[in-house]
Each structure stands twice: as C-alpha cells, then as structure tokens.
Design a protein around this ligand. Structure first.
Ligand code: AMP
Ligand code: ZN
Ligand code: ZN
Length: 407
C-alpha cells in the first residue's frame, strides 16, 4: 500500500515536471473536435431571411444564428485577413484591396500577383499559423493570405488561388478529402472560400433574382457538404461555421462624384479608386488643399490620415492615404463611374447593408440560439482559437463578445 502510494506520488511529480518543461500549448492543443469555417464572399446578413435557403435556415434552427459586423473598410482582402488574424485592417496592414506603398513606390493590389504574394504586407498571426505552431494541423481551401508565405510559412495544407482553379464542387471534395485523412494527418481547422454571392451581387445588385439564384446554389452546395460530413466517423465532433466578409449595397452609375470636378490633378501623386478612396498628396502642402476642397461636397466624407472618427478604427497605418474619402452608402467617388456594377461594398462598416450573415452548428455551439446583438468580426479569431484549444496571439477581438453562442 505504502509502496503504491509512493509510486503514485512519484507519478504525479513526474507529470508535474513534464508539464513544466513542455510548452503550455502542448497541453492546450489537445481538443478532439474539428472546425470547418466557410466564407461566402459578400454574404449580406438579410439574404438569409429574404432568399430561399433551407439549409442555412436549418443551421439556424439546429445551431446559432447571428449578424456579424465587418471591419472598416468592408472589402474582401481587408476582412478575410481580419477574420484570420483578429486584427483590424489598420492593424494587420491589408488596409484596402488596393493601396499605395509610398516608401517602396509600389501599389499593392489583390489583382497583382507579385504584390499580393509579398508577405511583408501581411502583419499579425493568422490562425492557421497560431494553431500550427501549437501542434494543430490546419488547412485552407483558398483563403486570403493563406497562399502567401507569411513569416515563410503556410498552413499545413493549402491551395494556391493563382494557379489552382478548383471549382466549387472540387472545393467541397477537397474539404471532405482533408477530413478523411488518417487521424495523425487530419487538420483540425479547415477554412474554405467561395466567391459567391459577391460576384452576382456586384453584377446584378443585392436584390435581384440572379443574386437570389447564386445564394440558393450556395445553399444547395453547402447542404451537400454537410450531408457528406454527416457520413464521416468524426461527424459529431465537427463545428461548422458559415459566414462571410461583408455585405452588399445597390449602386448606380448616376450616384457618382467625379474626383476631377473637385480636385486638380497636380495636388495628388496617386489615388486608389476603391472604397474608401485613398488620396496620396503630391507634396505635403497639398494635404490641406485636398482636405479643404472636399469639405462640404455632397455624398462624401473626407478626413486627413489620423483624424478619422474612432469608430472606423482606421487611419494610422503607414500606407494610408494622406486623405481618406468615404462615399455615402450606394455612392462612388472616383474618376470614372462604374457602369457595369449594380452592387458594391466598402462603405461604412456599421451600415445595415454591410452586415454579414453568420451560422454555426456543432458540439461547441448552442442549439436554436439567436444572438441578440451583432458582434465584430475581429472576434472570429479568438473564437477559432477557443474551438481549437490554442492560445491566441494578441488581437483586437474578444471571446467574451461571442461566448454566449457557446455551450
Ligand atoms: P472585392 O469584391 O473587390 O472586394 O474582391 C472580391 C474578389 O477577390 C473575388 O472576386 C476574388 O476573385 C478575389 N479573391 C478572393 N480571394 C483571393 C485570393 N486569395 N487571391 C486573389 N484574389 C482573390
Ligand atoms: Zn468580398
Ligand atoms: Zn465584392
């Protein structure tokens, strides 16, 4: 008896010693659940109530339904990378889809494969690396930033948006393939991206039968994915989240403020003609001229860098324009009206049309729970870290803001 007691005390001491030498993470990162997060680009929150989406409605019934507020600006690259890092665009560095890096004389653009792959623009610690560094395998099937070697590293499994053109069905196959890998190889986090309903929203506007059809197709696709997940041995261990990056507002070429009508070209060396419009003065003395000329112009608001209202959480990054111009929802400030587009986004991130749908189901989520207040998308990173059982890096979000959705 005495011998046994001594043996168990020795065992306990051994375990305690082991805990003190092994990194904390090795103990935290032991959850046997899996998290699959799907981003439907441009998933405006009220599409889910307006359009016929039986699968997404079922998720709300059996899981959690919420509205998520994007970060400013409500654009694709800034917000996908916010979802991944929990940092606002101002803090992670992807401040817009297109911006001017004056120091290096380079224009960063999502459409330029060289700048898009330049890892020095991507600050923060994306969750696929946070988790991977703590011993958790991670996978992405196209997610902004995951095909960039951030700190020389990718997720355990990833796909190159530039070179691999997987259609939507192939992306679903890839998610299932990943979840079927042998246990030791299987990722515990899978993040997948789909371009719809953003494309339809831009072409036809948010309230249009073609956008309706795009969303209904996505609903069917995800319902097929969920059915296949249900057939896996790990089915009851899968947390499944469907959300997006921003909403969509109706635009019209007639709702257009022409930059050439208000600013002489010699005042600025460059402007990035997206939402918001970032204006880079050609010399410091023109910053005031630009700012003054824009005050009182209808349908836009303009601020000097560093003077934006606090709620936008924007304007301190070194690559910010000297003057930031934000049109009213549905308006455009540029040198050319976009004749083709009927929908757009990038507006004030607190505007109703910019809000994002959110659905979640799985062992960690409540059943039939509708969250009363919208939450900020910077909270997705701490939520994913919680679901994976890993220690989050410093971020702008808070698990407390989304804890009520959890069991
Ligand atoms: P926007 O609607 O202008 O904010 O941008 C949406 C576009 O971003 C989509 O139509 C995609 O083609 C593009 N996109 C999304 N993810 C990536 C990526 N990882 N690499 C390059 N382009 C992407
Ligand atoms: Zn988008
Ligand atoms: Zn878009």
């Amino acid at each position: 008896m005495g011998y046994l007691k001594e043996k168990s005390i020795r065992g306990l001491v051994f375990v305690l010693l082991l805990m003190s030498v092994l990194p904390w993470q090795a103990w935290a990162a032991g959850r046997d659940t899996y998290t699959v997060i799907i981003s439907l680009d441009g998933l405006r929150w009220d599409y889910l109530d307006t359009y016929d989406v039986p699968f997404l409605n079922q998720l709300a019934h059996d899981g959690v339904k919420a509205v998520m507020q994007p970060s400013f600006p409500s654009k694709t690259f800034p917000n996908h990378y916010t979802l991944a890092t929990g940092l606002t665009p101002d803090h992670h560095g992807i401040i817009a889809n297109v911006f001017w890096d004056r120091e290096n004389g380079v224009e960063y653009s999502l459409k330029n494969k060289v700048t898009r792959a330049d890892s020095h623009y991507y600050g923060g610690d994306p969750v696929w690396l946070t988790a991977k560094h703590q011993g958790v395998k991670t996978a992405t099937v196209f997610w902004v930033g995951s095909d960039v070697a951030i700190n020389n590293e990718h997720p355990t499994y990833w796909r190159d948006y530039q070179t691999e053109q997987l259609d939507f069905a192939e992306r679903v196959d890839e998610i299932i393939r990943l979840l079927k890998l042998p246990e030791n190889d299987r990722p515990h986090l899978v993040m997948a991206y789909f371009e719809e309903p953003d494309r339809a929203g831009h072409s036809y506007g948010p309230m249009n039968r073609m956008t309706r059809r795009a969303l209904e197709d996505m609903d069917l696709l995800l319902s097929g994915l969920w059915a296949r997940i249900q057939m896996l041995p790990i089915a009851d261990k899968v947390n499944f989240i469907v959300t997006g990056d921003h909403g969509m507002a109706s635009v019209d070429p007639k709702r257009f403020v022409d930059i050439d009508d208000v600013l002489p070209k010699r005042w600025y060396e460059r402007f990035c003609n997206d939402y918001p419009t970032l204006i880079y003065a050609s010399a410091p003395q023109y910053i005031d001229s630009i700012y003054d000329a824009l005050q009182g112009v209808d349908h836009i608001r303009a601020w000097k860098k560093g003077e934006l209202p606090a709620y936008l959480g924007y304007g301190t990054n070194k690559n910010m324009g000297d003057v930031v111009v934000l049109p009213d929802v549905g308006w455009l400030f540029a040198d050319n009206p976009s004749k083709k587009q009927r929908g757009s986004h990038g507006f004030d991130h607190t505007a109703a049309d910019m809000q994002v749908g959110f659905r979640a189901i799985g062992p960690d989520f409540k059943v039939g729970y509708e969250k009363a207040d919208r939450f900020r998308n910077v909270c997705i990173y701490p939520l994913l870290c919680y679901l994976l059982g890993v220690n989050p890096s410093p971020n702008d979000g808070s698990l407390d803001e989304v804890r009520d959705m959890l069991r």
